[in-house]
Design a protein around this ligand. Structure first.
Ligand code: NAD
Length: 359
């Protein structure tokens, strides 16, 4: 069995899950951690028995015993420089969403990975949720016929909304619905998005974050196949189980329909101390004794296998770039109150830099 050296950069919530999953997996020869919070670094190093723990990720770049890296750091403006540096150093890269802040940065990463024949993928973890995979399978094998319309509605708690919008001013489309845009576009392959219309709603977020971050955002996407779908997301649910998330999916086809309840209300824990709670209800999931409830562990192992056995990654960077175009278009649409046509012909100001590399 080929074993690999793996690094994790940023060992917070997701990076912690990645690190513990890697530490327990036989494909991992050695584990190397980079984290700027000394206490958290120490905690995860202790839990995982990591060979290396450093504050500065650059110390890992030249290490010959590292073949692959999971980049799980925040804030999100760190994603592009970190991925660029690791790809330049010849490492296979798993990068949490978002791929970058600008399309031109995404293009640079795509090119760097291609030029060096390196694996490069983005953490659209919901593809490893069996319910989501079942929806795609039911389209691919013809069970529900030709897709006619789709809807995904996702809500998470305001504590998580506050955590995210406190570190970066990105919209619910870019930070939350991005998972569901990826999912529906994946289901509908090879159709491509041609028009996006979005509206946003304000409730409590402006007061909480002091920034123009919406509470919910609804996005209608029209595909070149003629199908239109709706994806909506919000991050202002009242406090629930830490980081509670709830999702509802409708996929309607010519021969059938799928109604998927991923609302995470199936296990209720009621205690004197905390009242009613909904365990195992976060998006990435959590370890439960010998097993894992949620998609993030399987996603982590998939990348280890892709690197060790030279298999294709589940989420191609080209697809992640297409998702990025859609949420940028959604933000532009919400701002201008008008539909936005894709692919961008006249590049909007905030992605002007991308036009230079395309022309
Ligand atoms: N796939 C999913 O379901 C999912 C869920 C939540 C978050 N995410 C994504 O994962 C990423 C991480 O989110 P999180 O909630 O784990 O964040 P987090 O804030 O809990 O963890 C990020 C960690 O990065 C560390 N860090 C910051 N700068 C660093 C640097 N220069 N070098 C090394 N470490 C550094 C921070 O100290 C922190 O511990 C985000 O970009 C987010 O978009 C994905």
């Amino acid at each position: 069995m080929k074993q690999i050296g793996v690094a994790i950069v940023g060992t917070g919530w997701c990076g912690g899950i990645r690190a513990e999953t890697c530490a327990a997996h036989p494909l991992v020869k050695s584990l190397h951690l980079a984290e700027v919070r000394a206490e958290r670094l120490e905690e995860i190093a202790r839990k995982t028995g990591a060979s290396t723990s450093v504050a500065d990720y650059k110390k890992l770049l030249e290490r010959k015993d590292i073949e692959a890296v999971f980049i799980s750091a925040t804030p999100e403006d760190s994603h592009f420089p970190m991925a660029r540096d690791f790809l330049a150093a010849g490492k296979h890269v798993f990068l949490e969403k978002p791929i970058a802040l600008e399309l031109s940065e995404a293009d640079q990463l795509l090119k760097a990975a291609k030029d060096r024949n390196l694996k490069f993928t983005i953490g659209y973890s919901q593809r490893f949720n069996p319910k989501f995979a079942y929806v795609r399978k039911s389209i691919r094998d013809g069970t529900i016929g030709k897709p006619v319309s789709a809807l995904v509605s996702r809500h998470i708690t305001r504590s998580l909304g506050k955590k995210i919008s406190g570190r970066i001013k990105l919209s619910p489309a870019a930070m939350e619905s991005t998972h569901d845009l990826d999912f529906v576009l994946w289901c509908l392959e090879p159709a491509r998005p041609v028009r996006v219309y979005s509206q946003i709603n304000y409730g409590v977020m402006q007061a909480t974050t002091g920034a123009p971050i919406a509470d919910t955002q609804w996005i209608t996407v029209t595909m070149d196949s003629g199908l239109a779908f709706v994806v909506g997301g919000g991050w202002t649910l009242p406090p629930g189980y830490p980081n509670f998330s709830t999702t509802w999916i409708e996929m309607v086809g010519t021969e059938g329909a799928l109604l998927v309840d991923d609302s995470h209300r199936d296990v209720v824990l009621n205690t004197m101390g905390k009242g009613m709670q909904l365990p195992m209800s976060t998006m990435p999931g959590e370890p439960v004794e010998h097993t894992y409830a949620g998609p993030m562990a399987a996603e982590t192992v998939h990348f280890l296998e892709a690197v060790a056995y030279d298999r294709p990654v589940m989420v191609t960077p080209e697809h992640a770039r297409m998702v990025m175009e859609v949420y940028i278009a959604a933000d532009l649409s919400a701002e201008s109150n008008a539909p936005v046509t894709l692919p961008f012909k006249k590049w909007p100001e905030k992605i002007q830099s991308a036009s230079a590399s395309q022309s």
